[in-house]
Design a binder for this molecule. Structure first.
Ligand code: PGA
Length: 251
């Protein structure tokens, strides 16, 4: 179901106490929010149980930032999708550009992660996005289309239907440089048209497509007001309660 979403991606930040304090403020400040936008906190795995417990009487949902492509077994250091689910996570980010770049995650691996997450009833926030040189050379649409098509071609309709897609141009992540609302809308429309190839127009119109890359309180409204942009995946600004609340309140 297409809905407006603001998801925080804490990445590898905060300690247990800081996570606790941030979550406490967010729970208190979103009490009267209703269901729009849906707020999701994608925390480091070790903070998931405490965040789930803190948010249980609120509308805030909790997710992980990655999961193993394996079911279980001798994979030292990995966390399975079923483990995330068992401590109360409902979402998981898959294919963030930092995972692709620093941990060499290929689409083949990402496919395994998507399947594991969905088998365990976690909702996948699937990331895509081009590096600066692809944008500069005018190849960005082709690049992102290929990135997604490669995965969509290996998923069935029901699996694609369950996805949330996040477009995050790599050059805009953590840099303070945001895609202009026009650049973001253009790519979101491309992604929705691509989804329509697999799901039909009606199916594609039911998918939430989030923008990520230096979303802040002062640019969120302009970005979110575009017809194909259903919310944001927020890194840096999700670590500060006031900054994150400003983005949530941009809807
Ligand atoms: P940023 O990160 O908001 O700090 O640019 C976004 C992300 O990587 O998801």
């Amino acid at each position: 179901m297409r809905e407006n979403i603001v998801a925080g991606n804490w990445k590898m930040n905060l300690n247990a106490q800081e996570a606790n304090e941030l979550t406490k403020i967010l729970v208190n400040s979103t009490q009267n929010l209703g269901n729009t936008p849906k707020v999701i906190l994608c925390t480091p795995n070790v903070f998931i149980p405490q965040t789930v417990s803190q948010t249980q009487n609120s509308a805030i949902k909790v997710g992980g930032q990655n999961c193993s492509r394996f079911d279980k077994g001798a994979y030292t250091g990995e966390t399975s999708a079923s483990m995330l689910k068992s401590v109360g996570a409902e979402y998981v980010i898959i294919g963030h550009s930092e995972r692709r770049e620093y941990f060499n995650e290929s689409n083949t691996q990402l496919l395994g992660k998507i399947k594991q997450a969905q088998t365990n009833n976690l909702k996948v926030i699937l990331c895509c996005g081009e590096p600066l040189q692809e944008r500069s050379s005018g190849n960005h649409i082709h690049f992102v289309t290929n990135q997604l098509e490669d995965l969509f071609n290996q998923l069935n309709k029901e699996e694609i239907e369950k996805l949330i897609v996040a477009y995050e141009p790599i050059w805009a992540i953590g840099t303070g440089e945001t895609a202009s609302p026009e650049q973001a809308q253009e790519m979101h429309a491309v992604i929705r048209r691509l989804l329509a190839k697999y799901l039909g127009e009606g199916g594609a119109s039911e998918i939430s497509i989030l923008y990520g890359g230096s979303v802040k309180g002062n640019n969120a409204k302009e970005i979110f007001s575009n017809p194909d942009i259903d919310g944001g995946l927020v890194g840096g600004a999700s670590l500060n309660a006031n900054d994150f609340l400003a983005i949530i309140n941009a809807f």
